[in-house]
Design a protein around this ligand. Structure first.
Ligand code: PLP
Length: 380
């Protein structure tokens, strides 16, 4: 099956009882056993659920992985992966990660004896230099939130192999439509399914994908033990959203390319980061490892924070909102929204300035989106 066919059909067959083309929503906590020791494959929804299983198998198929494990949020998926580690272990992590990820690592997981070193993973040599004897994992976000930096997955696979590390990739911004790190040798992929995969701002969810049976077994154990599972209804809503993933991504990235080119040429824009622009520092890497550049960009205006704030407040069609990856175009101020918990000096050190604006391009008509930016930039 080709990719676009898998998105619609993988793991989804008409319901055996009724012929329903969509999988039923098994909204139940428990399953009745036929006799002691004999169930029909399910016993309790925290451990497994038929609707969730369809979603897990569909996501695994489109990621090119053998196994999928779904969680109640992207954050609980990231947290569950970290539970593979033990006290004393060290992680080398991309310096520009979603603010909720670094908050979780620095303020919760360090209390349990894990330690983290943040480096610019778009520079493989800095990754090599950060590895210590106790390093167990390399955690990469690509493209990053919010600076849209791109990391060379092939280089990370090589480093992880050399040093005997697990390689985990948060591929939320790329989606499996454009990047499939497991096919390139990564051990683990994480998605916030809240974003492009579900695609309609309708749920909060997360997924871990892997082709390693040992990691799958560990993730299933964490899922069952901790219980951070998505509801069957949320799984169903995600499955519904996934049906149009390829079409949505095609539109998002086509429009994002046009908007990025428009912004790059605008006299009030001082800096823009979009992997589809030849000016992006990792444009060639993105071109090699991705099948498209997705819909996320960030930029700064010549008038810094004040002009950026005026722009965001002046948008009429684009929503000023915290999330990304949905059919609606959303504009975000990372310094006060998604990355507010990253200390200011850390934000500045990594180039996440107070004036940075993040744009998640949706599926509206691109001319309307550019007109909205035009009117707000003119007034900013
Ligand atoms: C790259 C990335 N990873 C993980 C998360 C966390 O996902 P969730 O909000 O579904 O918990 C986010 C949320 O914005 C994100 O942008």
């Amino acid at each position: 099956m080709k990719f676009d066919t898998k998105v619609v059909h993988a793991a989804i067959t008409p319901d055996q009882t009724t012929g329903s083309i969509l999988p039923p929503i098994y909204e139940t906590a428990t399953f009745v056993l036929e006799e002691v020791g004999k169930d029909k494959g399910f016993d309790y929804t925290r451990a497994s659920n038929p609707t969730r299983q369809v979603l897990e198998e569909n996501l695994a198929a489109i990621e090119g992985a053998d196994y999928g494990i779904c969680f109640a949020s992207g954050m609980s998926a990231v947290d569950s992966v970290m539970k593979i580690l033990s006290s004393g272990d060290h992680v080398v992590c991309s310096d520009d990660v979603y603010g909720g990820v670094s908050r979780h690592f620095n303020r919760i997981l360090t209390r349990f004896g894990l330690s983290f070193t943040y480096v610019d993973t778009s520079q493989p040599e800095t990754v090599r230099q950060a590895i210590r004897p106790e390093t167990k994992m390399l955690w990469v976000e690509t493209p990053t939130n919010p600076l849209i930096k791109v990391t060379d997955i092939d280089a990370m696979v090589e480093i992880a192999k050399e040093a005997g590390l697990l390689l985990g990739v948060d591929s939320t911004f790329a989606t499996p439509v454009y990047l499939r790190p497991i096919e390139r040798g990564a051990d683990i992929v994480v998605h916030s399914t809240t974003k492009y995969l579900a695609g309609h701002n309708q749920i909060i969810g997360g997924a871990v994908l892997t082709s390693r049976k040992d990691i799958y077994d560990e993730m299933k154990f964490v899922q069952k033990s901790v219980g951070a599972v998505p509801s069957p209804f949320d799984c169903w809503l995600t499955l519904l959203g996934l049906k149009t993933l390829s079409l949505r991504m095609e539109r998002c990235s086509q429009s994002a390319q046009k908007i990025a080119e428009y912004l790059e040429a605008h006299p009030k824009v001082s800096r823009i980061s979009y992997p589809g622009l030849p000016s992006h520092p990792q444009h060639d890497i993105a071109k090699r490892q991705m099948d498209g550049f997705s819909g996320m960009m960030s930029f700064e205006l010549t008038g810094g924070l004040e002009m950026g704030r005026n722009l965001m407040n002046g948008m009429k069609l684009c929503a000023l909102a915290e999330s990304l990856g949905a059919v609606e175009t959303m504009i975000t101020h990372p310094a006060t929204m998604t990355h507010a918990d990253v200390p200011a000096d850390e934000r500045n050190a990594r180039g996440l300035t107070d004036g940075l604006v993040r744009l998640s391009v949706g599926i509206e008509d691109v001319e309307d989106l550019i007109a909205d930016l035009e009117q707000s930039l003119a007034a900013a």
